[in-house]
Design a protein. Sequence first.
Length: 329
Amino acid sequence: MTTTPTAAPSPGRDWRAPAAACTTVVLWASAFVSIRSAGEAYAPGALALGRLLAGTLTLGTILLVRREGLPPRAAWPGIVRSGLLWFGLYMVVLNWGEREVDAGTAAMVVNIGPVLIALLGAGLLGEGLPRRLLAGMAVSFAGAAVVGLSMAGDGGSSVLGVLLCLLAAVAYAGGVVSQKPALRHGSALQVTTFGCLIGTVACLPFSGVLVSQAAHAPLSATLNMLYLGVFPTALAFTTWAYALARTTAGRMGATTYAVPALVVLMSWLLLDEVPAPLTVGGGLICLAGVALSRTRPRRRPPGPEGADRPSGGGRRALMPLAPKPKAGG
């Protein structure tokens, strides 16, 4: 009795990469709530260093337990660039920028990052710009702008703060595009661990401020800083790298447009900050844009006629066949 071989699962049905992306988005959204608490007691550089130290220790322990070792030499250029840009520069200037501008302005400016990721991914990585991705990003950016406008304070912005948030967006985009090639050679855990380590080393000049402020900071602020290092950094950056290795940088960047909607929801539930109707509407627009950017055009299944029809089509398919030669002719 012959058995029919089981069809291999389609790569598009693999739930692990979407689950990893969702984990990243949720944890990064929670980071905004924790940064608000920890930022009151720690300076931008000290907060970034403390967060990176906690992340590096967590990732290093997991790396030793799994015995993955050092990444290949070919992965190091991307690891170094992403470590300096994303783990180092991005975290410091974002913490600094959010002190100079209100949350709404910061959200609008930083959300330029996914657009830059798509453009850099198309130009440097040859990923292309699918129409659905561009349409979804446009919708999500409009939603982020609505959220930002609804949360913007009166006169709370400064030119310096806007420039810092813009620099954070550029560093974020450059870090993601630099990380993508590294993931071709190293695992997600390796790339994230050593990228976080490089960012930690870059932030060591803030160690004196960190030690001084940790001695007087309330316990809640320090716990929030440790949470930022273990979950939104160690765990979320690893799940991000895992998902990024399995899709394009542009699609992953568009996924982060769900963060503003989740921040609004978490602020409502955890901080008792009731969002305005305009804020809720903007969050829903962000989610709709993310859903649109993640869809793929349906491929029309080849029918029996299409499979047998010559590529020329048209009249050529209707031409009569040549008569068979007669036997013995």
